[in-house]
Structure formats: C-alpha cells, structure tokens
Design a protein around this ligand. Structure first.
Ligand code: ZN
Length: 383
C-alpha cells in the first residue's frame, strides 16, 4: 500500500475520492486480516483525519468491525482495538476447475470458508461442462447456506494459462462466464490455478507476511506465481509466471509449447517418473527415502537454475515450492543446496526456500483471495 496516493475531495468527484479511500482501507484489511488504526494509516498512506472519517463510515455500514483490545495489551496506556472486515456483510466464492475434479468454496469477507464442496470432473474432461457443473454446485451451496447475503465477487481458476484477447484485458470465452452469471448472478474473475495457489500462499500460507516472493508449482505440469509488492504480477497479457517454460537447457529436447529444454520437461512429476522409470509418486517417495534418485537430483538442479534466474531478475527474498514434486523427500533441501552451490552470491544470498503450507484446496482458496481483492468488492453491499 506504500504507493497509495491519498485522494483529496478537491479536484475530483468527492464520492469517487471517498470510494477510493475506502477501498485503500479495505485492501489493507484484506491483506492482513486484522490491523490497528496506526498500521492501516501507515499502509494506506491516508492522513489521520481522513482515515478516521473513512473508518467511521465503514464501521457504521457494518463493513469493518472494531474488536476488543487483546487482554495482554490492556493496562499499558490506552489499549488499541484491532480492526477487521466483517465476515457477515457479504460472501465471496473461489472455484478451481481441474482434470481431477472441481473445488468450490464460499467465504465471508474475513476469508473464513463457510461452505465447501468438491465435484467430479466430466469424463472425458471438458472445460465448458466442468464450468457449468461448478456453477450449478456453487448455486446449490449458496442456497443451502444463509441466503441473506449476496455474492459480492467470484474468482475461478483454470488448469491452463489464461490469455488475453487484447493487451491489458484478461477475458476468457464469454460463454464460460455466462454459466456463472446465470447460476449465481456474478461474472467471475479468471486466472490460472498455479497463479491462484501463489495468491493463497500469500494470504494464508508460506508467503504470508512477505511482500515479494515467488511460488513454483511442480506437479503434473510446472507453473507458479510471482507476488510483487503484495500483488500477483500478471504481466502484459495476463500469463506472467509461466515458470514451466523457462529454458533450462538450450540444447534440450523440444517441448509441447514449441520451446526447447523447458523446465517442465525435467521437473514435472510425469517427467521425473519417466526418467526414473517409476510408475507413481509413492514409488518415487520410497526410492528417494532409500537413496539418491538421479532424476530427482537432475530436477532439483534445473529448478535451482530457474530459481536463481527468477531471484536475480526480480529480487524476491523467499521462494515457495509446491505440488507433488516438492513433497518428494529431500527435494526442497536439494534445490536449496544447488542454488547455494551454483548461483552468484550477490543474486541469491539470504534467499529462503520453503515448502508450500497449503493443502489440496489451495487454488480454490486462491480464488477466494482474488475475489476478496476484487476492486469491485464494495459494489455488492455499499449503501
Ligand atoms: Zn515449454
């Protein structure tokens, strides 16, 4: 929030300035869940008096709640009462469509999941059918829950990159948005599941509290997300963070994407199993526990190469590794060792590598996080 410019009523429509100031406060609370007035002031860049007015209005509208001061802080001068978004005022939803099935979550504005379901993927897999099934399931979840509060925002993750129809706009085929609009009355935000997982890590997982970090998703495919200054970097066409197609061997084999020696060809679970001549991730875990598996070591070396490049370019202090490959015993430590052994110190000194802290519902949780961060969040409940 350090870049927020305070909007004074003079020079632009007062209601617009007020709205933008409210959104700045809400953005702070969405990122941190609970903050003191002083912390909000510091993060939003608003003056004390403007912040006081904005908070008074948001508390009166029931959007923000003032909590009781923590007991241990009482008795040491004037206790500060932390603030948070009210979970009650509206609901958001996060949906992840994958070839293994779809996860659908409904949450309050405080990010607490209040209803969840998982449905099977259509056989054979078809994205339009999976979308339609998920929209129907979400409508059912919303009907089954307390029906008083509307759905303020919805974000849906897809098992493939989202590409823009024109620069600066990310718009998937319209019919997929219409299934949700018809079922629940909200047009979704769309993103890729790996990028949404990065957002979930930022909000609730191993990236929590870090303004800048990279998430690499190493599973059947390889992807990820870059969190820069607290936000998911999208790039010019909305496809930023396609780490799977970083070249890690310029004389390597041709990838399905058209590139040569892409990271995904060495560090996806499928690639490692094929190179190790094993059938399942369980077999791989067993082999890695018993001794060195050359295919795992090679994958760790290639991931380390990618990590060093990413860190050199964008200077993230933390790298989170997730997906089934990161669960292979010793893998994260092997990557860290290779980064230390091969990268220049100025580039990677002090960089911390950690394993993902999220579970299987991470992409849908990331959808909740994206919906919470939607700039139109106020539209659903503002008086
Ligand atoms: Zn590729």
């Amino acid at each position: 929030m350090s870049g927020t410019v305070e909007n004074q009523p003079s020079g632009r429509a007062p209601h617009r300035a007020r709205r933008e100031n409210q959104q700045a406060v809400i953005d702070c609370l969405i990122s941190e869940a609970q903050l003191s007035r002083a912390e909000i002031q510091s993060q939003s860049g608003l003056s004390r008096s403007t912040l006081s007015d904005v908070l008074q209005a948001l508390i009166a509208e029931g959007v923000v709640e003032e909590l009781d001061a923590a007991p241990e802080r009482q008795g040491r001068g004037r206790p500060t009462r932390p603030l948070r978004l009210s979970g009650e005022i509206a609901r958001v939803a996060g949906v992840a469509l994958t070839r293994a099935g779809s996860t659908i979550l409904v949450a309050g504005l405080d990010g607490e999941v209040t209803a969840a379901t998982r449905i099977a993927a259509p056989e054979p897999f078809d994205l339009a059918a999976a979308t339609s099934d998920a929209a129907t399931a979400l409508a059912g979840l919303l009907r089954g829950a307390d029906g008083e509060h509307g759905l303020a925002a919805l974000a849906v993750g897809l098992p493939r990159p989202i590409t823009a129809t024109r620069p600066g706009r990310r718009r998937p085929p319209a019919e997929r948005g219409e299934a949700f609009a018809e079922a629940v009355g909200v047009h979704p935000e769309w993103d890729n599941n790996s990028r949404l997982t990065a957002l979930a890590e930022a909000q609730w997982g191993a990236g929590r509290g870090y303004r800048d970090f990279a998430y690499l998703h190493l599973d059947r495919g390889v992807g990820g997300g870059l969190i820069l200054d607290g936000r998911l970097a999208t790039g010019a066409r909305g496809t930023g963070s396609e780490f799977g197609h970083l070249c890690v061997d310029p004389v390597g084999p041709r990838c399905w994407c058209g590139g040569v020696g892409c990271l995904e060809m060495y560090a996806s679970m499928d690639a490692i199993l094929k190179a190790a001549r094993l059938q399942s991730s369980d077999e791989l875990a067993e082999a890695a526990t018993q001794g060195v598996v050359p295919a795992v070591d090679d994958a760790a070396l290639r991931v380390a190469q990618a990590v060093s490049g990413i860190v050199s370019v964008v200077d993230v202090g933390r790298v989170v590794l997730g997906g089934s490959v990161a669960q292979v015993p010793g893998f994260v430590a092997a990557v860290a060792k290779q980064v230390a052994a091969t990268a220049g110190r100025h580039a990677t000194d002090g960089v911390v590598l950690v394993r993902s802290a999220m579970g299987d519902d991470a992409p849908a949780r990331g959808g909740v996080a994206l919906a919470l961060r939607s700039s139109h969040l106020l539209d659903g409940y503002r008086r």
